[in-house]
Design a protein around this ligand. Structure first.
Ligand SMILES: [Zn+2]
Length: 384
């Protein structure tokens, strides 16, 4: 990971680069920053930079043998320790060493912008919380005792130092205090007050601030998401509150909302004037192919449409939480959602969510719903 891939954080990058050129790299550091600010990506980029054999313009080259391995998070002298817990494959005594492949995959998929909950979700551990155990500390001590394979600096990155349990912390104190020569230990953490004081006092603190809205906006635009305008990127940045992960999640939510809006509107149009069954059939096929969770959210979106139409009918259209396109649609559609059908449509959508959860066949379900909607919209049309 090169510095140039990091979102914002110019000042922190410059400080780190200066420390290297001034030979002032502390052997134990604590990168402290809130979720989504980039503390872990910065730690990795820094370690890659330190070990790059062809540093240029304040960044690692990305191409030397060391960088190539770092880019894959798989350098033999780069070790990661992170919280783990039992899951379907590791049923007892979890430790980082047993999850190395999963961790690398997870880092790759997210370009090192990982979150604690995202990691647990990736491991499929349900609601269990992870920890860093004495077993992990033993691994660190063992790794630090070995000679570096090929790198100038052997690096240990401990992701979420606040998850070090008491015995792991105690075991590590000596290593943190006096790491062997040419060793870099980087603790990454989000909550300073949760790190055991004897651990945090041994590390040089590098504060990673929340990202600025401007940095998030620019990074979103740099991703070249199709259809994302400057104004939308700005709005997302404000909502993301300095958290890059949050910005990406919001972007996905926005996309899904837009998809649901367009599909639901098409669906209702085809049911309203069912002249062309082929189009309706094609749309049913599209909906059937969505994953179950997406189908549930699509149907739930339908409930929102019906609910919004009722609000519009009652003269409170301004109060509907929706974007302009949605509002315009609700105003047009509202007259046809009335006493003749509103209750039944609402009930059908609700039941459909229930059936999807219980593995109903989606093709049959959406076809059946369509035929019922055709009748119900006919009734609504007569009534309006
Ligand atoms: Zn390099």
């Amino acid at each position: 990971m090169q510095f140039k891939k990091i979102v914002g954080q110019q000042a922190v990058k410059q400080k780190l680069i200066n420390a290297v050129s001034g030979n002032r790299v502390a052997h134990t550091m604590l990168f402290l920053g809130p979720e989504g600010a980039g503390a872990l990506p910065l730690a990795i980029a820094f370690a890659q930079y330190v070990n790059c054999t062809n540093k240029q313009n304040g960044d690692s080259c990305g191409k030397c043998p060391s960088c190539v391995k770092y880019e894959k998070f798989a350098h033999p002298d780069l070790h990661f320790i992170f919280p783990t817990t039992t899951n379907d494959t590791v049923k007892k005594d979890p430790e980082s060493a047993l999850f190395t492949n999963e961790w690398r995959d997870y880092l790759q998929k997210n370009q090192a912008y990982v979150t604690q909950n995202g990691w647990y979700g990736y491991l499929g551990v349900g609601n269990k919380q992870g920890s860093i155990y004495a077993r992990d500390a033993n691994q660190v001590i063992k790794k630090l005792g070995l000679k570096a394979y090929e790198a100038e600096y052997k690096v240990v990155i401990i992701y979420l130092a606040e998850k070090l349990n008491a015995s792991a912390s105690n075991k590590l104190l000596k290593s943190l205090e006096e790491p062997p020569d040419n060793t870099l230990i980087i603790l990454v953490a989000e909550r300073y007050e949760m790190i055991i004081p004897t651990v945090r006092s041994r590390a040089q603190l590098v504060k990673i601030p929340r990202l600025s809205n401007k940095d998030i906006q620019q990074a979103l635009l740099a991703e070249n998401f199709s259809g994302l305008t400057e104004v939308q990127a700005e709005q997302l940045a404000v909502l993301a509150n300095g958290n890059w992960n949050q910005a990406l999640d919001l972007k996905d939510e926005n996309d899904e909302n837009e998809f649901n809006f367009l599909k639901f509107r098409d669906w209702m149009r085809l049911c309203f004037r069912p002249a062309d069954y082929l189009d309706l059939y094609a749309l049913i096929q599209d909906l059937s192919r969505l994953g179950r969770e997406k189908q549930k959210r699509f149907l739930t979106y339908g409930l929102k449409v019906i609910h919004s139409c009722l609000i519009v009918t009652n003269g409170l259209g301004d109060k509907v939480p929706a974007n302009e396109d949605e509002k315009n649609y609700f105003i047009k559609f509202a007259p046809f959602i009335n006493a003749a059908n509103q209750k039944q449509i609402y009930q059908l959508l609700n039941e459909a969510v229930y059936h999807i959860e219980r593995n109903a066949h989606p093709g049959i379900l959406f076809a059946d719903l369509s035929f019922q909607f055709i009748e119900l919209l006919k009734a609504g049309r007569k009534f309006s």
